[in-house]
Design a protein around this ligand. Sequence first.
Ligand code: CFM
Length: 481
Amino acid sequence: MPFKLFEVSKPIPERKEHTYVKHCGDPEECLPKCNSKTIPGSMTERGCAFAGAKGVITGAIKDVAHIVHSPVGCTAYGYGTKRYPTTTDMPDGSQFPIKDFNIKYIIGTDLQESDVVFGGMKKLRQAILDTNKEFPFVSAIYLYATCTTGLIGDDLDAVAKEMEEELGKPIIAFNAPGFAGPTQSKGHTIGNNVLFSKLVGTTEPPATTPYDINLIGEYNIDGDLWLLKDYFKEIGINVLSTFTGDCCHNEIGWMHRAKLSVVRCQRSSTYIAKMIEDKYGIPYMKTDFFSTKYCAENLKTVARFFGLEDKADELIAKKMAEVGPELEFYRKKLAGKKAFIFSGGPKSYHLSVPLQEELDMDVTGVSSMFEHEDGFEKMKSRLDEGKLVIDDPNALELEELIEDYDIDLIMGGVKEKYFVHKLGIPCLLIHSYENGPYIGFEGFVNLARDMYTAIYNPVWNMLEFEETEEPDIPNVEEEAK
Ligand code: CFM
C-alpha cells in the first residue's frame, strides 16, 4: 500500500491517508488527503485563516495600518513574526516616513468580556479614529475579523464604510476569522478576493511601459523580491505592481495595467492572477525561481513573452559565472546528505529537485501544512520512488521519521526548529530564512551555504544524550474498558 501510518499515530489511524509513499506505478490521483480539517488528536502545526489573510497576503504592504479586532493574543501573534522588509520608497517618488512599518506596528482592539457581550463595533470605531490620529500618513487602514468578532457578529464592513466616509481614507475589512477554513489557505483566498474586488482597477500608475508585469505572490521574504526585481530590471522588464511584497496600497489598484502577471507563490495568489485575467484579459504564468536551473528557465519564459530572451540569456550567463564555483563547493559538501522539507506547500516542490539535482542531496520526503491537490501533484511528481509526501505532519511523526530515516537536515519553520535541535540535528528555517534571500542565483548559494553551516556545525558532535527510561504512559483505552 502506498500509504503509511507512523507508529506514533496508531491511536489516530485516519492519519494514514495523509502520508503517501511514492510508488511510481500509482495512478495520478493517488495523493495524500489534504486541505481538510485537522484530525483531533494530531497536534498540527497549521495556522488559521486570519494568519493566512494578515500574515501572508496583506502583512507585507508597507503603507497600511492594520487593526486586528480581537482579544489581545491575535494581535500579538499578528505582527513581528514574518520577515518581509519594506523600503520607504513610494511609486510616485515620495518617501513613506517609517521603514519596515509593516513589521514594526500593529493595532488591536483588545476586546474584553463586556465587548464580547455587548458588541465591539464601538471600540473598533474608536480604534480607527486613534489610528488615524497616531499614523495620519498611512494610505489606508485594514480591519481584520478574528474568531471572537466573527462569532459575536460584529459587522466590520459596516464600520469600514461608515469610517471611510468620515475620514476620507480607504478602510477595508477582511472577514477571515480563524475558523473560516481548515488552514491558513482559506485566508489567502479571502485576502485575494477582497483586494481584487475592492482595489484592482481603482487607481492608475504614475507611468506605464510595454514591458510591465505584476509580480504576484512575492512577499519579499528576507529580500527575495528585491533580487527578482533586479533581474527583471536588467532584462528590461518593469515590475509595475507586486502582490504584495514591499508594495503600497495604491499599487494593487493598478494591477489591471500590466501586460502579464507572473505568479511566484502559486498557492497563495494564483486566485488574483486568474481574476485579473478573467476581468481584464491579462494573461498569467505560474513560475518557479528557486535554484539556478528553475530561475534561468523561468526568467527565459517571462522574457520570451516580451521578446527579450537574449537579454535573459546574458543575465543568466553572467549570474552562473558568478555563483557556479561556490555552488560546486557546497555540492561536494552536501552530496548524499538527507534532507526532509516541511513548508507551507510550494517550497516543498520548488526545492526538492534543486536539492537533488544541483546539490546531489537526498530528499527523503516533503510535507506541507496546507497545500491543495494541485500542489501535492507537483510534490509527488518531483520525487523518486519510495519518498514520503505528507500532509500536515505532527511533531511526533516528524520525530519518528527523523529517527527512522536517519535525516541530516530538516528544512522547516520556527515551530519545528527547536524540538528538532533537541533531537540533535539541525533545522534550517525555510519559511522566514536564516540568511536570505534564498531565491534566484545568489539566493540558492545563500541557501546552500546555510545548509552547509547548519549540517557541519561542530555543536552536533558535542551533544550528549542521557539514556532515559520510557515514561510509563497509561493506556487510556485499556483503562476505560
Ligand atoms: Fe506561498 Fe509564502 Fe509558501 Fe505561503 Fe506560508 Fe511563507 Fe510558506 Mo511560511 S505565501 S504558500 S502561507 S510561498 S509563510 S512566504 S514560507 S508557509 S511555502
